[in-house]
Design a protein around this ligand. Structure first.
Ligand code: ADP
Length: 472
């Protein structure tokens, strides 16, 4: 394995999780071992101390009924019976002088500790100590106890079996732990691999997508766990990106198409005038047509810019108090002559006052797009009715006409940029009016909806919150 690969393995989540599993396992096992060890040690010491105290009690009872000589002999016999390498007895005077003992050949290195004698004589009935015989690495538990008014008994017991048990315990623990830590690391690695396999699937899909295949999706299992949720969210994000890209592509196709028509016309008029035109009036007509086409182009570009601005959200809108009823009344007044010319009855039903925070210029543009459409798509003799009301802290604008209506086929698409219904081909327009109206409504935190029946008319309803949503 190359150095780079090794480094990257060490950086993987699986590796780190495995280390954590194994580390936590090892740490908790060590804590458990130490607790056990301490418990066993104290239990065994307690046991030894009980044995030593029992010996002392036996000899002091004996001393009550027998002479000291009999007690000394009993001690020698007791040491031989237990094993001279296991137990020893020493009889001391109160100043620590040894006046009798069991066989001490094995215990030559063990002295009488002055401090222990002092402690014993001060206030204690017995004193324990543990000493290690350096050459043998063996521990001995020693008890000093007052046996009679002038006699101190020193009893020692080898803790050899106790040390052997603890050494065996340590050995078994270390080998078991080593085995279990290896197993825990293996299980940890397996579990970590399983946990991150979902993330790897997302990564692989992301890599394929960056390679150009936006149709790829992450396979979703049915566990419903966090990884599944990640996969579902990732797929939803991809769906959204794909839809947006399709929309952008369609929009740029439509835009290219809509830009080409006026430019082709401008070029055609200029070419015809140059090749055939002789008089000044013909050149004037060409200039007028060019201005007209340029205005159309500028209108389209400005509308696109306005849509982008409205879609960029609330941060890009002006916040000012708008007298909405007044703005709608003004718009109705402006469109009155056009409606009248076409023989359409335009009526406005407005409350005395309806105010909210928003961008006046944008709101005016939205209104004029809706009114323009209503009059444009309503044949002479029809009517257009505009009304404003308030509902649950929202301002509701409704523009209702008795016009040609929108076919169910067109209805889902009318808010798309450059989309124009089949019925509207005979009318002027570039297919951006409703896109802008919706962008403005949404930019103000509201929305626009439509209901329509072909040949009966359409109703556009806009709801706007009374205050702009807060900056995010
Ligand atoms: P246009 O420039 O074509 O009017 P819009 O974006 O304003 O573009 O409208 C998109 C399409 O929605 C129109 O082409 C038309 O088919 C339909 N439409 C909009 N308003 C009305 C209406 N009031 N009545 C019938 N159809 C409408």
């Amino acid at each position: 394995m190359s150095l780079r690969k090794r480094i990257s393995l060490r950086n993987t989540l699986s590796f780190r999780l495995t280390l954590w599993y194994a580390g936590i396992f090892a740490l908790s096992s060590c804590v458990a071992f130490l607790l056990f060890y301490a418990l066993i040690t104290s239990f065994m010491r307690e046991q030894t101390d009980q044995d030593l105290l029992a010996q002392v009690n036996r000899f002091s009872t004996l001393l009550v009924s027998e002479e000291i000589e009999a007690v000394k002999s009993a001690a020698i016999i007791e040491a031989q019976a237990a094993g001279v390498k296991k137990v020893f007895f020493r009889f001391l005077s109160l100043n620590g002088q040894v006046f009798s003992s069991s066989n001490m050949a094995y215990w030559k290195n063990i002295d009488v500790h002055e401090t222990a004698i002092k402690q014993l004589l001060r206030d204690r009935s017995h004193v324990f100590e543990t000493i290690t015989i350096p050459q043998r690495k063996e521990k001995v538990r020693i008890l000093y106890a007052v046996l009679g008014p002038t006699i101190i008994l020193q009893v020692g017991q080898a803790m050899e079996s106790y040390s052997r048990f603890l050494d065996a315990f340590k050995g078994i623990f270390i080998s078991t732990m080593t085995f279990l830590i290896v197993v825990a690391a293996g299980i940890g690695w397996f579990m970590a691999r399983r946990a991150v396999s979902g993330v790897e699937a997302v990564t692989r899909t992301a890599q394929k997508i960056s390679g150009g295949t936006l149709e790829e999706r992450v396979p979703v299992k049915t566990n419903g766990d966090e990884i599944d949720q990640l996969a579902v969210t990732f797929n939803q994000m991809l769906d959204r990106i794909q839809t947006l890209l399709t929309e952008i592509k369609e929009m740029s196709d439509n835009m290219a198409h809509d830009l080409r028509s006026p430019i082709t016309r401008i070029r055609g008029i200029a070419e015809v005038t140059l090749t055939t035109g002789k008089s000044l009036s013909e050149y004037e007509a060409m200039a007028a047509s060019t201005i007209e086409e340029c205005d159309r182009l500028l209108d389209m570009i400005n509308t696109m810019l306005m849509i982008s601005k409205a879609e960029a959200g609330v941060d890009h809108l002006t916040r000012e108090e708008i007298d909405f009823a007044g703005v709608v009344q003004e718009a109705c007044r402006l469109f009155e002559p056009t409606a009248e010319d076409k023989g359409i009855a335009l009526s406005c039903h407005l409350p005395d006052e309806s105010r909210f925070l928003g961008d006046t210029r944008m709101i005016q543009r939205m209104l004029s797009n809706l009114l323009d459409n209503a009059i444009k798509y309503t044949p002479p003799g029809g009517s257009v009715s505009v009304s404003v009301s308030e509902n649950h802290g929202q301002v509701v604008l409704s523009v209702e006409d008795t016009g040609v209506g929108i076919s169910p086929r067109d209805l889902p698409h009318i808010f798309e940029r450059f989309y124009r219904g089949d019925e509207s081909r005979s009318q002027t327009g570039i297919g951006l009016g409703l896109s802008l109206a919706r962008a403005i409504a949404r930019g103000h935190g509201g929305d626009i909806t439509t209901t329509s029946n072909p040949n009966q008319g359409s109703t556009f309803t806009i709801t706007l919150p009374k205050s702009l949503p807060s900056h995010s």
